[in-house]
Design a protein around this ligand. Structure first.
Ligand SMILES: [Zn+2]
Length: 388
């Protein structure tokens, strides 16, 4: 099974409400996606013009290994804008469901198909790769999706994108639909899934299991509404569940996540899979104890695979082993009664502040409790105030 990642952080990811990348940020994200070994990058919408077109044009000059794809409506001027940016691969999105067709083409399917044919023809005249995407395909009878995709293939489309645009499928239905499409189509299928029901990654994986060749992802799952299938989740799921090596440098997933968080102005939930701050953090006494003895006790895979590390933290659920480990890291050793007092203080502090303690805060707390503290340094440094 060969699977390709077509990452759309720079298109669907940026479409997330309140997200706007600068040219510099788009270029930097494209470079890092390429460094990771991402096979294809959907770089944006050239028809928007302005800085979006400038960013796309600049990315096409970087000499990246990744293939670069531009998103278009079935409108000739969109295609011309993509070509003017130097793109050699174009994606043409068309509304498939009745509700989308009504909203975008006044329900006129013939006009839509005429425009699609014209746009594919224009692209083929310039000898560029053509992908066609069925928007809202998941709310369209599968026979209609097949008929449209076959028609597009006859006109020269080289890939069909199956879009669960509003994220309403489950993995079982996705598998059935994609299996039917793969069997019926002469061109490869690409998955495009949204996370409205929290199933984007699961549905993307189901589509791959059913024979889809490529999958759209976004870093951190960034995207419209609840977002898209997350790059880091899809890549690690394929790696860990199916032993699929996509040739992607997974050790850079955490740093890429941080770059995109900075560019999007977002901070991920701590519990975000793979790249969240807590993905490899352990506070609960039994868990911390287990991980300190044997990391496999409470981990799906080693954190270094995604470029991060285990973190033992002090908080409400800490136990003596975890606390001792943290104190030892700072050269502090306590007698058992003092340790119990500190543990109780840590728990109260954490309940009051609604978070775990930093190393400095733990040290300060130990000092404030006037616990005998031994340190490799003969003189303790000045204690910072506890943050509120
Ligand atoms: Zn989308």
């Amino acid at each position: 099974m060969t699977v390709y990642i077509n990452d759309t952080t720079l298109r669907d990811g940026e479409q997330a409400a309140g997200v706007a990348f600068s040219v510099t940020e788009k270029v930097a994200i494209a470079r890092q996606l390429d460094q990771l070994g991402i096979h294809e990058i959907e770089v944006g919408i050239a028809a928007m013009g302005g800085s979006e077109a400038r960013a796309i044009a600049e990315i096409t000059t970087l000499g990246l290994q990744a293939k670069l794809l531009g998103w278009n409506r079935a409108v000739p001027s969109d295609l011309e804008a993509s070509l003017a940016c130097g793109l050699r691969r174009v994606h043409i999105a068309i509304p498939l469901s009745d509700v989308q067709l009504q909203a975008k083409f006044g329900g006129d399917r013939q006009r839509l198909m005429d425009q699609l044919r014209q746009c594919i023809g224009l692209a083929k005249q310039h000898d560029v790769f053509v992908s066609v995407g069925g928007e809202d395909a998941s709310r369209t009878p599968v026979a209609e999706v097949i008929a449209m995709a076959r028609q597009a293939a006859d006109w020269g489309a080289q890939r069909f994108r199956f879009c669960d645009t509003v994220g309403i499928l489950d993995p079982f239905t996705t598998y059935d639909r994609v299996q039917q499409l793969v069997a019926a189509l002469p061109i490869p299928l690409e998955m495009h899934t949204h996370d409205d029901l929290g199933l984007a990654t699961a549905n993307a994986i189901a589509g791959i299991r059913a024979g889809a060749q490529s999958v759209n992802t976004t870093v951190n799952g960034l995207g419209e509404r609840a977002g898209n299938a997350a790059l880091e989740e899809v890549v690690m799921a394929l790696k860990r569940l199916y032993n699929l090596d996509l040739g992607i440098k997974t050790q850079q997933l955490t740093s890429l996540s941080q770059r995109v968080q900075a560019a999007s102005g977002d901070v991920l939930p701590r519990w975000k899979a793979i790249v969240g701050q807590n993905a490899f953090s352990h506070e609960a006494g039994i868990h911390a104890h287990g991980v300190l003895r044997q990391p496999d006790t409470y981990q799906a895979f080693a954190p270094h695979e995604v470029g991060t590390h285990h973190r033992i933290v002090a908080g409400k659920h800490s136990g003596s082993h975890g606390l001792r480990h943290l104190l030892e890291q700072q050269g502090i050793t306590l007698a058992a009664p003092q340790e119990r007092s500190l543990l109780e203080a840590v728990r109260e502090w954490s309940i009051h502040h609604k978070r775990d303690l930093t190393a400095a805060e733990l040290k300060t707390l130990a000092h404030r409790l006037q616990l005998p503290v031994s340190s490799p340094q003969s003189v303790m440094p000045a204690m910072p105030d506890l943050q509120s």
